[in-house]
Design a protein around this ligand. Structure first.
Ligand code: MTE
Ligand code: HPA
Ligand code: MOS
Length: 775
């Protein structure tokens, strides 16, 4: 059946990308029908595992009596380090991460043994019954202590440009100080979980909640002493990862697989929330010491910062996190003479790991803190000082690590937000309010963001995909990325639908599976849609090319003139329904499925000199927040937030706006209410929502204006879009600095409030007292 018409006209109008569409699972999420790992029907004979945890921060294990564990109801077996068939390690880079403690424990919560029982509850009850005798060793808990003891998990990093010392000595003004910014629990709603099923001939099938199925495959294979081809890992979706399932899903996958291999039965290991928080690492807290020189206009002339991260007991991803922190200290500012250092302090606490932003937020907040301070010292609006120091376009455009910035839009973006947020008028209104309000004080702040997109480890910037077109014309896509709620599958579906001219209803994405796409990178560094979108586009284009050649064989014309849109193929003035062409192509033995691959071009990084071109491009943004603080109680409220984010030519504006809103509130939680607190014995006491306060709906501002900045990626990214996953997490710096502004008003803006993060009510009161005392 041929369809005449005007294909050119339709082609111009037809697009599956750049349009707002609901998340592919939105309906399932709302109906409670989206299946997470724990919802997968359990096989007959499934055992449930629980981990026995260390009660000491640093100790030698003298003896472990597991008989009381074995005696508990339902217990089938208990496994210790001696039962691991292969390597006792789940470290992603450095192999210093035991699955089960071997003679020594290094933090409260470190797993020592695995117990398997008939039910989840029986396993957990039994796990508490072990009698472990410890010989306690000295423990280091804070980054400051680690620095004093020169205790590091990796050699310290240093990035220098120019001559800091000389520039600092020449500078007319200087600021020196210290800052502490706390860590953050990922608080994914779905906790860590793995379900391991033994298969024939040494096979092991692991379904788990992970951002990195390939890494889970490697770790499980090593732990079992088997090869990668024996292990298959699948993840349909996560109920959030936020970086916490980039490397640290490995412990759970490995423990479940070890228990499954030893027992010969399927084993499910589902972490209880408290265990999850006690065992797994979080965002690194940072301790900073800085010295900055500037001139009378507020221009920074020299900057030195020494950052100490709380790495925890092992390296995990702390090296790349510290590298990203070093490479984001500049944020949107040109810093001519710098000395940026970072040390990954080894502490007897959970091994800290990836968390949305991956050190970028921690690097950038330090320079924002300094600029805030400079502005106050000069009696100027901080926005003016920020602007003065912005990167230029043609000059002052090279980062300290050598990458030349070619896509700088921070000035235009700032100008737009300054206007739409009515920043200047609201600043005046805030001042007027404060003059007549002795107890409640308002504050406002404008903060900019620049964030580098790409894994800062070059080889990770690759992805693969597999696209099948079935004979009925339906399309099945598999790619190496994982869905954690961020909408990667929706975006990849749009990309494939666009290439094949299909309505998105005909495209389906299946679970991420190591047996379909091999050697994948973590879905991380905000690159998921960038990399996997390109790989899926590559696969779809190969199929389209074959179909176009076939269509020309049937109908004549040029292959380059064949168009795919609106569920039809338009060739030589004829329109053929997609299904019809596909059926004919199948009978003619045309291959209707294809793989696809993508590797981001132009990247380089020299870890020794800390220089190169680590990022494909930069994403930009800015936000204005206005708060009111009760100076008697330290309580506060975010009254209004305006955010403008550069998603390039957004693949899906609805999803991107959702990402910006989510990241904003998550970052606000990090900087305000979310406090991790370890007691003197090194036990994390904030290990449940009762004591660890993540933002709730009532913490969201009533007036929340999130918009996307009109832009187009100068790099050839997928449809010229830009990543959105992590960079907006830096936008709520504006909330922190608005709170600082309100506190500062107590002292007539003459004193810099010594405000650390999180700015809890106690911290706010402490800073107010300090300002009052100094005024
Ligand atoms: N959004 C949701 N809903 N859930 C998540 O776990 N993780 C964030 C971000 N947005 C996350 C999220 C993190 S840490 C990253 S790196 C990116 O999503 C990863 O996805 P992408 O690269 O596909 O954007
Ligand atoms: N982000 C997330 N994970 C990573 C990165 C990064 O930049 N580099 C290496 N692993
Ligand atoms: Mo995101 S921290 O890179 O998983």
């Amino acid at each position: 059946m041929n369809h005449p018409g005007n294909p050119e006209l339709k082609a111009a109008a037809w697009t599956a990308v750049g349009v707002a569409r609901p998340h592919e699972s939105a309906e399932l999420h709302v109906l409670g029908q989206a299946a997470y790992t724990d919802d997968i029907p359990e096989l007959n004979g499934t055992l449930h595992a629980a981990l026995g945890l260390s009660a000491k921060a640093h100790a030698r294990i003298l003896s472990i009596d597991l008989e009381p564990v074995r005696a508990m109801p339902g217990v089938v077996d208990v496994y210790t380090v001696d039962d691991i068939p292969g390597t006792n390690d789940c470290g992603p880079i450095i192999h210093d991460d035991p699955i089960l403690a071997d003679g020594v424990v290094q933090y409260v919560g470190q797993p020592i043994f695995i117990v398997v029982a008939d039910t989840h509850t029986n396993a957990r009850r039994a796990a508490r019954k072990a009698v472990v005798a410890y010989e306690e060793l000295p423990a280091i808990l804070t980054p400051q202590e680690a620095k004093a003891a020169q205790s590091y998990v990796l050699p310290p990093l240093q990035l220098k440009r120019g001559d800091f010392q000389a520039a600092f000595e020449r500078a007319p003004h200087v600021v020196k100080g210290q800052l502490f910014v706390g860590g953050q629990e990922q608080f994914y709603l779905e906790g860590q979980i793995a379900y391991a099923i033994p298969k024939e001939h040494k096979g092991m099938f692991v379904q788990c909640s992970t951002q990195h199925p390939s890494e889970m495959q490697h770790v499980v294979a090593h732990a079992l002493g088997r090869h990668s081809h024996h292990v298959q890992v699948e993840c349909r979706r996560m109920g959030g990862g936020f970086g916490g399932k980039e490397s640290q899903s490995a412990l759970w996958a490995a423990a479940a697989a070890i228990a499954a291999a030893k027992s010969g039965r399927p084993v499910k290991l589902r972490a209880d929330r408290d265990d999850d928080m006690m065992v797994t690492g979080k965002r690194h807290c940072f301790f900073y010491e800085y010295e900055v020189g500037y001139d009378g206009s507020g221009k920074i002339l020299a900057a030195k910062v020494d950052m100490t991260l709380r790495a925890g007991f092992s390296a995990d991803l702390s090296g790349p996190v510290a590298t990203r922190a070093v490479c984001h200290f500049d944020n949107t500012y040109y810093l001519s003479d710098v000395d940026i250092r970072a040390g990954c302090g080894k502490t007897n606490t959970q091994s800290n790991t990836a968390f949305r932003g991956f050190g970028g937020p921690q690097g950038a907040i330090a320079i924002e803190y300094v600029i805030d301070e400079i502005a106050r010292k000069l009696g100027r609006d901080p926005l003016d000082i920020r602007r003065l120091n912005f990167y230029g376009k043609e000059e002052r455009n090279q980062t300290p690590y050598g990458q030349v910035i070619v896509d700088n839009v921070i000035e235009e973006l700032t100008a737009e937000l300054e206007q739409t947020s009515e920043y200047r008028a609201r600043r005046a209104a805030v001042e007027a309010f404060n003059r007549s309000s002795p107890v409640l004080k308002k504050g406002i702040a404008f903060t900019p963001v620049k964030f580098g997109i790409a894994f800062n480890v070059t080889h990770l910037n690759q992805a693969g995909a597999l696209v099948h077109v079935y004979v009925d014309g339906s399309v099945l896509v598999n790619h190496g990325g994982t869905e954690m709620g961020q909408g990667i599958n929706t975006k990849v579906m749009q990309v494939v639908a666009h290439e094949l001219g299909r309505d998105i209803a005909h495209v389906r994405v299946t679970a991420t599976d190591t047996s379909k796409v091999a050697n994948t990178s973590a879905t991380a560094a905000s690159t998921g849609a960038d990399l996997n979108g390109k790989a899926a586009q590559d696969a779809a284009r190969k199929i389209r090319q074959r179909l176009a050649e076939f269509a020309v064989k049937l109908h004549g014309g040029e292959v380059s003139g064949v168009q795919f849109h609106a569920d039809a193929v338009h060739v030589n003035g004829v329109s053929v329904p997609f299904e019809e062409l596909v059926q004919k192509a199948y009978l003619a033995r045309v291959q209707l499925w294809s793989d696809g691959f993508y590797a981001t071009p132009g990247l380089s990084w020299d870890a020794k000199t800390m220089s190169g071109h680590p990022f494909s491009y930069y994403a930009y943004g800015a936000a204005v927040s206005e708060v009111v603080v009760d100076t008697l109680t330290g309580e506060w409220k975010l009254l209004r937030a305006d955010a403008l984010y550069d998603a390039g030519q957004s693949l899906n504006p609805a999803i991107d706006i959702g990402q910006v809103e989510g990241a904003f509130i998550q970052g606000m939680g990090w900087l305000t209410t979310e406090q991790l607190w370890w007691n003197a014995a090194g036990k994390l006491m904030t290990h449940a929502p009762s004591t660890y306060k993540v933002p709730g709906i009532s913490d969201c501002p009533e007036d929340f204006r999130v918009r996307l900045f009109e832009n187009r990626n100068v790099e050839d990214s997928i449809h010229r879009s830009k990543a959105t996953g992590e960079p907006p997490l830096l936008l709520p710096f504006s909330v922190f600095f608005a709170i600082r502004d309100a506190i500062s008003s107590v002292g007539g803006h003459k004193v810099n409030p010594p405000l650390n993060a999180p700015a809890t009510s106690e911290e706010i009161l402490r800073a107010i007292s300090a300002v009052e005392a100094a005024s």
